[in-house]
Ligand binder design. Structure first.
Ligand SMILES: [Fe+2]
Ligand SMILES: [Fe+2]
Length: 295
């Protein structure tokens, strides 16, 4: 089959990730912060958001197992042996950093699974629908990991600008180097599977994706507002459409190829704009709630 070489490439990619990117050891990290008060004030909430999302991979693994009752071997190898062990360390390190800065630890939701997902899992026992679920898993993974790559790059710029070199060199730098490999896994997988889907499966992927898209880790309005704040701090709130276009490039190319000239699907730009709006609304509310001068 013509897809053989790429399927082989996927296996090689995962093997290489396992060898080149062992999980980052906690004792390799230097948590020295020169200006902890300033650093916490600027990036504390970003660390908290990222720590929570990274630590929620435990739940993501449960979700994947539910969504894909009969997954290909390579997917299991990737998420169990490579991806989860790396992401958990990212979460533990970022969480430890925020605790060192005097913040409470993140509160990840490690085990609650939505009913929607269970239905998808039950349907997934039918082979053709499992391929639809798999495709959704890959496009979600692509956008999530691409968001992580861009967000860690921007965070790293800020950390360097504040001359917090221990954090840049031993926390954000090492973490951000592990994210592009995750993105590449999902992108290769998505490209391989998309060409095998029938028109009705593709239609269903587009439909379900349009209905269920949310920024990574934003599962309710509070978390969406938190994400909007992260966008403000990283400087992407003003250009949220550009950010959306960058993270969704391959999704747009694959799922929406028939819409020539489409830069980014509207459900993605709308979700990021909503996050920023919710953050802004919450800021206004806290100004009203606080006594004058307190905010
Ligand atoms: Fe990560
Ligand atoms: Fe990742």
């Amino acid at each position: 089959m013509s897809t053989r070489p790429s399927a082989q490439r996927l296996v090689e990619h995962v093997d290489r990730l396992a060898v080149d990117h062992p999980p980052i050891a906690l004792d390799s990290v230097d948590f020295t912060v020169r200006n902890p008060v300033e650093f916490e004030a600027r990036f504390g909430h970003v660390l908290d958001y990222m720590a929570r999302v990274e630590l929620e991979v435990d739940r993501n693994v449960l979700e994947i197992a539910t969504m894909l009752p009969d997954p290909p071997e390579i997917d299991v190898h990737f998420y169990r042996d490579v991806w989860q062990p790396q992401e958990i360390q990212h979460g533990l390190i970022l969480d430890r950093l925020q605790v060192e800065l005097g913040r409470p630890p993140a509160e990840p939701d490690r085990d609650s699974m939505g009913a929607k997902l269970k239905v998808l899992g039950a349907l997934g026992r039918l082979g053709p629908l499992q391929d639809v679920a798999r495709m959704l898993y890959y496009v979600t993974g692509m956008v999530t990991e691409r968001s992580a790559v861009l967000a860690y790059n921007l965070l790293q710029d800020g950390v360097v600008e504040m001359r917090e070199s221990a954090i840049a060199d031993t926390v954000i730098g090492p973490i951000k180097r592990q994210e592009p490999g995750h993105y590449a896994f999902y992108q290769l997988s998505a490209r391989l599977l998309w060409v095998e889907l029938a028109p009705w499966q593709r239609w269903l992927v587009r439909k379900l994706r349009s209905l269920s898209f949310a920024p990574v880790g934003a599962n309710n309005d509070e978390q969406k507002a938190d994400f909007g704040e992260v966008m403000h701090t990283l400087g992407i709130a003003e250009e949220s459409d550009d950010f959306a276009a960058q993270i969704a490039r391959v999704e747009t190319e694959l799922l929406w190829a028939q819409h020539a000239g489409l830069v980014v699907p509207a459900y993605i730009t709308a979700a990021f704009r909503e996050a920023v709006e919710l953050a802004d609304a919450r800021r206004r509310l806290s100004l009203v709630d606080s006594p004058p001068g307190a905010a």
